[in-house]
Design a binder for this molecule. Structure first.
Ligand SMILES: C[S@@+](CC[C@H](N)C(=O)[O-])C[C@H]1O[C@@H](n2cnc3c(N)ncnc32)[C@H](O)[C@@H]1O
Length: 308
């Protein structure tokens, strides 16, 4: 029997303009603690999103914050939220370009750079962005919709072995081969709902998480080259940080956390940084109960020791 795929239903709904952000920041107190925010300090929030960590930096006394996000919608909301605050500079940019972007906005040095990786609840909840298998939407998934190839290109044009490898590498998907085969048989994938239904049919039966979870995560990571951006962004943060400056990173899955751990170790071995978190800090039970996103968050921080 053929797959009864849901019909394509554009235009996809978008939250009303000016809707308040719903993203709840994670591990805020720990990030601020490890960053040791000082009153004259300049800070970079490399993933400003809805502005929760930026606000916490300001509340802790930061003199100024460069609030970056790759997503133009997020930056528009940041401009609204911090409208009258001369301490905040919201800028639309990818943190992989931090080495160029920070000095261009008057940040030649930073006393701290924080990264809160992945996507925000505001992005996940916006069907028009295509991040979620829970809503029908276009297969986009780009943090910056003006840059790079949308997920649609990958799912409809990658050869089957490459698609399987992508799902395996970025999603740790054990059934990558079956899923890739089914996607290729059922092409074209026209929307998130069509893709989610196709994956579900490829791996039937009861599962702990929605069967399309890993496929969507893998595609998002590939579309945005998230691991490549993280590697470049960490190096830029290292080079931008003032002596005694901090780099703090919240990661949400093992690939990201491994990159952070290895970069910090390499800095420590080279004598340019001291690792402040022997093992990653996790959210406590109360935070996880209040905010499900916090359950997989891992926070690592380093203190830069070298004068550049
Ligand atoms: C988890 S959210 C950050 C939430 C934020 N800390 C807050 O308190 O609202 C991650 C944000 O990082 C952005 N992002 C992801 N990768 C990026 C990159 N390479 N460069 C810039 N922003 C990025 C996403 O667009 C998203 O808004």
């Amino acid at each position: 029997m053929g797959d009864a795929v849901p019909p394509l239903r554009p235009p996809y709904t978008k939250p009303p303009k000016g809707a308040s952000p719903v993203h709840a920041p994670v591990l805020v107190a720990a990030v601020i603690d490890l960053t040791e925010v000082s009153r004259q300090g300049s800070y970079v929030d490399a993933t400003a999103g809805a502005g929760g960590h930026t606000q916490a930096l300001l509340d802790a006394g930061a003199a100024r914050v460069l609030a970056l996000d790759a997503d133009p919608d997020a930056v528009a909301r940041l401009r609204d939220r911090f409208n009258d605050d001369p301490r905040v500079s919201p800028v639309q940019a990818n943190f992989r370009d931090l080495a160029r972007v920070a000095p261009a906005h008057g940040f030649d040095r930073a006393d701290g750079v924080i990264f809160d990786l992945g996507l925000s609840s505001d992005q996940l909840d916006d069907p028009s962005r295509g991040f979620s298998f829970q809503h029908d939407g276009p297969l986009d998934m780009r943090f910056d919709p003006n840059c790079g190839r949308p997920a649609l290109d990958l799912v409809n044009h990658l050869p089957e072995p490459e698609l399987a490898e992508l799902l395996r590498r970025y999603g740790d998907e054990r059934r990558a081969g079956r899923i890739a085969r089914r996607i290729v048989q059922r092409r074209p994938m026209t929307s998130t709902a069509v893709l989610a239904a196709t994956v579900k049919r490829a791996i039937p039966g009861r599962q702990r998480i929605h069967p399309a979870t890993r496929t969507f995560q893998a595609l998002r990571m590939a579309v945005n080259d998230e691991l490549g951006a993280l590697t470049a962004g960490l190096q830029a943060a290292h080079d931008l940080a003032a002596p005694d400056g901090r780099v703090a990173v919240i990661a949400f899955h093992s690939h990201e956390d491994r990159i952070v751990k290895h970069r910090f170790r390499a800095w420590a071995a080279a004598g340019t940084a001291e690792i402040l978190t022997r093992s990653p800090l996790r959210a406590d039970a109360a935070e996880v109960t209040a905010n499900r996103r916090a359950r997989s968050a891992k926070l690592r921080a380093a203190r830069l020791t070298l004068t550049h």
